[in-house]
Design a protein around this ligand. Structure first.
Ligand SMILES: [Cu+2]
Length: 174
């Protein structure tokens, strides 16, 4: 196969179809670009900006204190707590969520989440909510459950060999 150098002027004027696709994608990109700040300001769906530094040991101690205070039962060895509205705590660790939180519909809670070991992902199913759980940080999520029911908490950040078993529970009562 002989090797030729490319033509000096290899570009051709663009055709009609290419021109249409260029403008379709250009307009789409501009719309998306403008949507970002508008969505940020008006949609009220931003992740919270509140977090504190906390050592895993300290957070684990806070959670066990909290659990002792408000425990109302247990399920498969995991304590169930029924705290009043306000500050509530959830600990992620390989490979469980502690404790099982029993909340009341329509009340507002400040959920503090942190990890005792590695990075985990806090995901509430079936609602599509995902947050990072990072050791060393107490991340505060303001939640007001709109519906009663049982929700599954999944870890959606690969955290080790038992990651797939890492599911917890959130109960919302009427
Ligand atoms: Cu995990």
């Amino acid at each position: 196969m002989p090797i030729h150098s490319p033509e000096k002027v290899w570009w051709k004027p663009i055709g009609r179809q290419e021109r249409i696709w260029f403008w379709v994608s250009f307009v789409f990109v501009i719309v998306m670009f403008i949507s970002m700040p508008i969505w940020h300001l008006l949609a009220d769906q931003n992740t919270p900006h509140l977090s504190y530094r906390v050592t895993p040991e300290r957070f684990t101690a806070i959670v066990s204190e909290f659990t002792k205070r408000y425990q109302v039962g247990s399920e498969n060895g995991i304590p169930i707590v029924h705290p009043p509205a306000g500050e509530i705590y959830l600990l992620a660790r390989q490979y469980q969520w502690m404790p099982i939180l029993e909340l009341e519909k329509g009340k507002t809670y400040h959920l503090h989440v942190s990890s005792a070991d590695v990075n985990h992902g806090f995901s509430i199913q079936p609602v599509n909510m995902n947050f990072q759980v990072v050791p060393g940080y107490d991340y505060v999520l303001e939640i007001t459950p709109p519906d009663a029911g049982e929700f599954t908490i999944l870890c959606n950040e690969f955290c080790g060999i038992g990651h797939h078993k890492m599911s917890g529970k959130l109960i919302v009562k009427e």
